[in-house]
Design a protein around this ligand. Structure first.
Ligand SMILES: [Zn+2]
Length: 381
């Protein structure tokens, strides 16, 4: 509101050929406006927040003018903020006298104490808080904090290669298989139900609007649950390993195929970038493997290349060294090897064959590959 009022004052002045209205002048008008009945409610909002709106407008103008002068890429002139833009935010800086109470509540000027569900501990005292209301009607507080080099973790010897797959979210070179957790799958199920409900409601009806809001909420919950899962897993991997290797997703070459949706759903790239920044922050080595020999064609034990295998072949015996190889683990070990990491792959997943290969373990299979595998293990398809 303040933003739009102030923008209107400046635009009116410009249209009338008057000089640019200064921020000091706007601030004076703001104070005067608080005394009018129509804008009396502004007095109930923290003055710092109102000033912040004016500063945001100034910043928008500065960017616009700098663009005209060629100092930065061109941007359009400041625009009125739409009332229908359902995402709203307010920012409290250090001098807005907000604080976190001893009981863990957020005390905001003119608003009072707000209960907060903390997603994590703040590493240090925050300087600024931004409260955002999203389109699903939920409130979030995000804090600006200083982080020091204190987050570097003590060294560990571990190294791990990660194969991001479709049957499992990830398989580690030690044979661990990681699937998306139940809370994420449940959220995805609820989203699907909500989406079905919308299509059943009559167009333009109030029930349809309500159902749409439920979809927005369910959508937000899925995004939250997925982010939470990525955070938990990436933090664990970074803590336990000194070096982490993953395959470059561009190389994986799945994103352009019809698997694009499931790849997108699996959220690999968000996960990989978390690994990357956490590794940098914690003093770990992170390696993204570029193009290298197809992981399923090379024995991770002896390096022998024995050709492609249909996707339904999950284990096979290396013809050269006799190792029984698990497809996923073999790939993860190969990722680690290609990154120059020394990983032990002598776990249960890679063992010497003591008996002749069973049917289904052989590298080739007489039956044609069924197309069914695309759906395997992908929640939300
Ligand atoms: Zn071999």
């Amino acid at each position: 509101m303040v933003f739009n009022d102030a923008l209107r004052v400046r635009e009116t002045a410009r249209a009338a050929g008057l000089p640019f209205v200064t921020s000091a002048e706007l601030s004076r008008r703001l104070t005067a406006a608080k005394k009018t009945p129509k804008r009396a409610w502004l007095g109930e909002v923290s003055a710092v927040v109102l000033q912040q709106s004016l500063r945001d407008l100034d910043a928008a103008y500065r960017n616009f003018f700098d663009g005209l002068k060629g100092k930065r890429p061109k941007t359009g002139p400041p625009r009125y903020k739409s009332k229908r833009d359902t995402r709203q935010s307010i920012r409290f800086t250090a001098n807005a006298s907000w604080r976190i109470t001893a009981g863990g509540r957020l005390r905001l000027p003119k608003i009072g104490d707000v209960k907060v569900k903390w997603s994590r501990q703040l590493p240090s005292a925050p300087s600024t808080v931004t409260v955002v209301k999203d389109s699903a009607g939920r409130y979030f507080a995000s804090f600006v904090v200083e982080t020091g080099p204190s987050e570097v973790l003590p060294e560990t010897g571990g190294a791990v290669g990660i194969d991001l797959g479709l049957r499992h979210f990830a398989v580690l070179s030690d044979g661990t298989r990681i699937d998306s957790p139940r809370f994420l799958r449940r959220a995805e199920k609820r989203l699907k139900k909500a989406q079905r409900d919308v299509s059943r409601k009559q167009k333009g009806s109030r029930n349809r609007d309500k159902a749409r809001l439920r979809v927005a909420r369910a959508h937000a919950r899925v995004a939250d649950a997925r982010r939470e899962f990525h955070h938990q897993l990436s933090t664990k991997l970074i803590r336990e390993n000194q070096a982490i290797a993953v395959e470059d997703l561009a190389v994986k070459g799945l994103a352009r195929t019809r698997l694009a949706k499931s790849v997108h759903d699996a959220g690999w790239s968000a996960f990989v970038s978390m690994l990357e920044y956490k590794a940098a922050r914690c003093g770990r080595t992170f390696v993204k493997i570029g193009r290298f020999e197809p992981t399923s064609q090379v024995c991770s034990q002896c390096g022998a290349k024995d050709g492609p295998k249909p996707l339904h072949v999950r284990t096979w015996t290396c013809g050269a060294c006799g190792a029984v190889l698990d497809r996923d683990t073999n790939a993860a070990v190969n990722v680690a090897r290609a990154a120059g990491l020394a990983v032990s792959a002598c776990g249960a997943q890679v063992r010497r064959a003591l008996v002749p290969a069973q049917r289904g373990e052989a590298g080739t299979h007489p039956k044609p590959s069924p197309a069914r595998w695309e759906q395997a293990g992908i929640p939300g398809l």
